[in-house]
Design a protein around this ligand. Structure first.
Ligand code: ATP
Ligand code: MG
Length: 296
């Protein structure tokens, strides 16, 4: 197995039942890695190691891996996915982007939409945004609940319980995924408000980046503090032993990519997967097949 850079990323993991205060997390942290060049080398070795562990995942066909990304706009979800997964065989990997839900999706339970995109045996599924939007954007804009399929008649005073109920449903669901052999890896790419502004301005100032800009993003930025609060509550309530959240500093893209690649590789390596070995009877079958071919 290829060796790869190993970060000490313990401090990025949100411990179960820990109340999260995002001001404790440094968005510009590059601890453990000296500079961009060192990060790029680490990323390269991780990309190669990830490619190898994916072969094991595929060949052993016992487990699935779900990797999901949540972040504020311009935190680098898309480019992280692009770089980190660049060595992965597309045959065993699928990316799903979660945009605003369709009418049909709204008429179902909120976990109906992601269920169809879960990884099968031997597969990696990547969610670019996810069902967590249901306790983030929807929490910041509760009016989005109108038109959703909801069991009880709820009013303002019941909303707190409503969100608690959603966290619980998510935790139960992720536990059942873990019980069925799906490794769930959840990343929050933590960018600062100032850095987001810089990146929006880049998109406006550089013609080749204009297409990435959306005026809606600037409107959503107004709710920055509400989002931070929703993220804190979500991280506090849904980081569990079997499906922990990783809060990744996102002000330096080179750092983000290296750490994310390293965590994914390490989590799949930890599954200790093996290329299947054949039984005596199966080996005898192979021997027979070989004889047939050679006697043609
Ligand atoms: P990019 O801008 O890089 O293309 P994106 O993920 O920001 O990627 P957009 O189409 O800009 O894609 O935004 C998708 C929007 O859909 C986000 O504002 C997100 O909050 C919203 N969204 C996702 N899931 C839900 C949901 N369940 N309910 C309401 N809005 C949602
Ligand atoms: Mg967007």
């Amino acid at each position: 197995m290829k060796s790869h850079h190993q970060f000490n990323y313990d401090h990025f993991i949100v411990k179960q039942n820990k109340k999260v205060d995002l001001s404790d997390f440094d968005t510009a942290d590059t601890n453990g890695i000296k500079n961009k060049k060192a990060a790029q080398e680490a990323l390269q070795s991780d990309i190669e190691a990830l490619s190898e562990v994916q072969v094991l995942l595929w060949a052993s066909a016992q487990k699935g891996v779900l990797i999901l990304f949540q972040a504020m706009d311009a935190a680098g979800k898309d480019s992280t996915i692009k770089h980190v997964m660049s060595g992965v065989n597309p045959q065993g990997c699928a990316v799903t982007s979660f945009k605003a839900p369709s009418e049909e999706e709204k008429q179902h339970h909120f976990l109906w939409r992601p269920a169809r995109f879960l990884p099968g045996k031997g597969h990696i599924a990547i969610f670019n945004r996810s069902y967590y939007e249901e306790v983030l954007v929807v929490k910041v804009h509760p009016k989005f609940l109108n038109g959703q399929w909801l069991p009880a008649d709820f009013s303002e005073k019941h909303l707190d319980d409503f969100w608690k109920q959603r966290y619980k449903e998510i935790n139960n669901w992720e536990q059942s995924l873990a019980d069925h052999g799906i490794t769930v890896i959840k990343f929050f790419l933590n960018v600062s408000k100032e850095e987001q502004k810089e990146r929006f301005l880049d998109r406006l100032n550089q013609p080749e980046k204009n297409f990435k800009f959306s005026t809606a993003d600037v409107e959503e930025r107004v709710y920055w503090d509400d989002y931070q609060k929703a993220y804190e509550q979500m991280l506090s309530a849904t980081s569990t032993k079997s499906a922990p959240w990783y809060v990744i500093p996102a002000n330096n893209k080179w750092f983000t990519r290296s750490v994310v690649a390293d965590i994914i590789t390490s989590r799949i390596e930890a599954l200790n997967l093996k290329i299947p070995t054949l039984s005596k009877a199966q080996l005898a079958e192979l021997e027979k097949a070989k004889e047939r071919l050679l006697s043609e």
